[in-house]
Ligand binder design. Structure first.
Ligand code: FA5
Length: 335
């Protein structure tokens, strides 16, 4: 029996010593020191042994167990250290590696100014109205008092959609959204209508075939040119700075009467900003609005031009080409 203990001890010593990681050490312990191991089986049979054998066998068993437990603890410490070192090595971060930056996009300056303008007018109690970019020719022209022979309706300015009988155009201004508003809402009306507009202009330093406008429309009782001027002054100061003044210059639009160009005095000179006027009574009547009771004003300006003036952008292409290096300068670009 002593020989059996010695044999088991040798086998266990070998298994514990050879275990290369914590998992195999655990398995070696279960098979050589666990409940079903040779050593455990001999311990259990100790009671039935001849009394003279009990003491020496018991002693030999105790010694073997102590030696093996010590060996297990030693191997446990060694293999734990080894495992920790492996984890540290595999999870090591090389702080000297160059950073991999994923450049984020930036909010385009046109979107920013669009939001800025919406904030200004929402602050005055206006609502923001949107209309479709693909528009009925009737809303883009006729309802706005633009007759069939008006030059703006020629192929040179307008993108018509095929088949021509569809009478659909890419809207040439945001003014059809005025009509949509007046056809669906009762006065008092206080709205701005921002959006993309299209004209068959060549792309050059100051023109682009796809640009953006913002329209303003007010229809209420007792609205006069003074209200228009006051609103444009306030708008100009909010966009260009408190020192800026605006002036109205007589002009012509079929949908306003009288009509004017609004100029601003900015950086020492007068700059044309947009068109405006009192809504032509013909337009109000087309929309079923009682012209005895109500009058209104409207204005419309280009957003790219507004940005160009405010930020001294010499070429409109910088705005429309979407280069993030340009957008970042407006303060909302990620890195
Ligand atoms: C109009 O479009 C009128 N609907 C504005 C208006 C509204 C007048 C309400 C009265 C009442 P106009 O064609 O001038 O007007 O265009 C207005 C602005 O759009 C111009 O001042 C300019 O800033 C901008 N714009 C026009 N064409 C282009 C273009 N090809 N590229 C960039 N901006 C343009």
């Amino acid at each position: 029996m002593k020989a059996e203990i010695d044999g088991a001890q040798i086998e266990a010593t070998q298994a514990l010593t050879l275990a290369g990681d914590l998992e195999s050490l655990k398995l070696a312990r279960i098979s050589h020191l666990g409940d079903r191991s040779t050593i455990a089986r001999i311990s259990q049979s100790l009671g039935s042994l001849d009394p003279s054998l009990k003491a020496p066998i018991g002693k030999a068993l105790g010694e073997a167990r102590n030696q093996l437990n010590e060996l297990f603890e030693k191997r446990l410490a060694e293999l734990t250290l080894k495992r920790d070192q492996e984890v540290i090595e595999s999870e090591r971060v090389d702080v000297t590696l160059p950073l991999r930056r994923t450049p984020k996009g930036g909010i385009h300056p046109l979107t920013l100014i669009d939001q800025e303008i919406a904030d200004i007018f929402i602050g005055l109690g206006y609502r923001v109205m949107e209309g479709p970019e693909l528009e009925a020719a009737w809303l883009n022209f006729d309802a706005l008092n633009i007759p069939a022979d008006h030059p703006a309706r020629t192929m040179q300015d307008t993108f018509f959609l095929e088949p021509l009988e569809s009478n659909l155009v890419l809207r040439t201004h945001t003014s059809p959204t005025q009509i949509r508003t007046m056809l669906t809402q009762e006065p008092p009306i206080y709205v701005i209508c921002p959006g993309r507009t299209f004209r068959s202009d060549e792309l050059d330093a100051t023109h682009t075939p796809v640009f953006s406008q913002v329209e303003g429309l007010v229809v209420d009782q007792g609205i006069s040119m003074a209200d228009l001027k006051g609103t444009l002054d306030y708008f100009a100061k909010k966009i260009f700075g408190d020192e800026v003044v605006s002036r109205l210059r007589p002009s012509y639009f079929p949908f306003t009467e009288p009509s004017a160009e609004v100029d601003i005095f900015f950086n020492g000179r007068w700059i044309e900003w947009g068109g405006c006027g009192m809504v032509n009574p013909n337009v109000l009547e087309t929309c079923g609005i009682d012209t005895e009771k109500y009058s209104g004003f409207a204005f419309g300006m280009g957003l790219e031009r507004t940005l160009m003036v405010r930020h001294q952008v010499a070429d409109i292409r910088a705005i429309v080409e979407g280069d993030v290096r340009f957008s970042r300068k407006f303060g909302m670009g990620g890195r």
